[in-house]
Design a protein around this ligand. Structure first.
Ligand code: FAD
Length: 425
């Protein structure tokens, strides 16, 4: 089919000016906004949905995977929201479950306390570039297109949406074939205390055995004491940043949810009914920017330490098969650093940082760094770096990482162990 291309010109009103504009209000975006606001910067956070928390709320994730360094804003969140789970030390691993509804409320409140201006229903549309920098971002709002101007921009969309629009080089998924980890629609079931009649809507699947299930396994968690079962068992081969594939994924995943619930109601959860289905199918992996440094499998497996580290994790390599197989590649990891250079685009605007799961990392490395706590840590560092780059009047790539680390420490984000093996800048 021949496609027509249009050039589209509009005059767009500026709605607000800020020091730092953060696009995307997931783990990375919320922490980036806080990190910059704590240095006295005026911060605007633009989020396309109606809630903060990213996949942690929108996709109903509901568990913080262990990262071996419970630190900074993430530690504060545990202390304020899940006090019983607070570990004594920063290096003690925890994997607490949480209510995504409470996290959503907590983050709204936290942003207010931190003085961050949050705008919901604001979807990034394009970057206006001038003299090698992004001058404004254009967003689609309930009032039509609006511009937000900022001195620094932090892309926390998870898909590197701003960076790509601004001309930053990127790659998608697995090296070689570009396939990404599959998408999953999370849901919960509630124990009603009485038998529930299993129901299979038309067009759904009858799963007879475990081997028929999309992941070939039963994967769920009984949540605390409230009779809620959190189910992570659907699996759709799709790239969450591809329009056509997302259309397929959203309908296919919902069919799988009803089919899985029907299976569970016949095999051990006879008194459980579907209670909540996440508002969107969860996205594990899409695009990675090409940064000044690319985190590799060798760094993750070999435990690389960097003098310019800004975050740390020991979360495992965790690759749900991109090939529509029913397997998951899980490999233990001892712990490693993530250097600042992974958030700095190798080429492109000099006032743009990228934080969260879209940083510069290979397919295998991102499977380990992508979990929420690490994204909160990266976001906090990016917010601090953006603020310091304004104070020192330097491009984001020229920020003194020692100063970022010192401010991280002031904000109670601690980097553990020696970091003197590799230099990335
Ligand atoms: C099914 C599933 C299960 C998972 N399980 C776990 C788990 O058990 N524990 C764990 O710790 N992690 C888990 N993860 C991983 C983790 O949730 C994510 O990797 C993490 O949330 C990434 O954080 P982020 O801030 O980089 O991006 P995201 O969480 O993806 O947030 C990006 C935000 O940007 C917004 N956005 C996107 N595009 C635009 C735009 N154009 N304009 C404005 N806003 C935009 C989105 O709405 C979203 O709020 C899971 C992920 C999935 C999908």
């Amino acid at each position: 089919m021949q496609k027509t291309a249009y050039s589209f010109e509009r005059e767009v009103k500026t709605h607000k000016k800020a020091d730092v504009i953060v696009v995307g209000g997931g783990p990375a975006g919320t922490a980036a906004a806080i990190g910059a606001a704590r240095l006295g910067k005026k911060v605007v956070l633009l989020e396309k949905s109606a809630q903060l928390g990213g996949m942690g709320t929108l996709a109903n994730v509901s568990i913080f995977m262990p990262v071996g360094n419970v630190t900074g804003i993430y530690r504060e969140m545990i202390k304020e929201m899940l006090a019983d789970d607070l570990p004594a030390g920063h290096d003690e691993s925890i994997a607490p479950q949480y209510s995504p509804f409470l996290l959503r409320q907590y983050l709204n409140d936290k942003m207010k306390k931190e003085g961050v201006d949050v705008y919901f229903h604001c979807e990034f549309v394009g970057a206006v570039r001038e003299a090698g920098a992004i001058r404004a971002v254009i967003v689609s709002t309930r009032e039509g297109l609006r511009a937000f101007e900022g001195e620094r921009v932090i892309d926390c969309t998870g898909d590197a949406r701003v960076a790509i629009d601004a001309g930053v080089s990127y790659r998608t998924g697995r090296e070689g074939d570009g396939l990404t980890q599959p998408m999953t629609l999370m849901f919960t079931m509630q124990n009603t205390g009485k038998p529930v009649k299993p129901y299979l809507p038309e067009g759904c699947y009858y799963y007879e055995n475990v081997s028929d299930l999309p992941q070939g396994r039963r994967l769920y968690w009984e949540q605390r004491d409230d009779g809620v079962l959190l189910v992570n068992m659907s699996r759709v081969k799709a790239n969450g940043a591809d329009m056509e594939q997302v259309n397929y994924a959203e309908t296919e995943a919902l069919k799988q949810v009803f089919s899985i619930a029907h299976y569970l109601q016949r095999t051990g959860f006879e008194t459980y009914a579907i209670a909540h289905i996440a508002p969107q199918t969860g996205v594990r992996e899409t695009n990675q920017i090409e940064g000044r440094y690319t985190l590799t499998e060798e760094d993750v497996v070999g435990g690389s330490r960097f003098p310019d580290a800004v975050a740390q994790t020991n979360y495992e390599i965790d690759i749900h098969s991109p090939d529509a197989q029913k397997t998951t590649d899980e490999r233990h990891v001892d712990g490693y650093d993530i250097p600042y250079g992974c958030m700095v685009p190798a080429t492109g605007p000099d006032n743009l940082l990228v934080a969260g799961r879209a940083i510069s990392a290979t397919h295998v490395a991102m499977s380990s760094m992508r979990v929420q706590a690490t994204c909160y840590a990266l976001g906090q560092a990016a917010g601090i770096a953006a603020a310091l780059s304004i104070e020192d009047a330097v491009p984001v790539g020229d920020v003194e990482v020692g100063k970022v680390q010192a401010e991280l420490s002031k904000q109670d984000a601690r980097l553990l162990g020696k970091r003197d093996a590799k230099q990335t800048q």
